[in-house]
Ligand binder design. Sequence first.
Ligand SMILES: [Zn+2]
Length: 74
Amino acid sequence: MASDRRRNCTCCGKHDSEVGPISWRGNCAACGTALLTENVLGIANREGPAHLRRLRGIAQRLERDYLDAMARKP
Ligand SMILES: [Zn+2]
């Protein structure tokens, strides 16, 4: 879905007259596809920033669950 607020891609910086509609996340179609592919491959291969971002999310979730369990302990 395109956003009417944005005129330039936040990834490549090109104008929407050049690259087409800009998504609500701020990416043109080519950058959106490239970012999606990078994330999928990074998580599948366990390497790169996507893998580290996923690990950080898992660690934060475990920490929250641990703190909740400790708070319930009498
Ligand atoms: Zn772009």
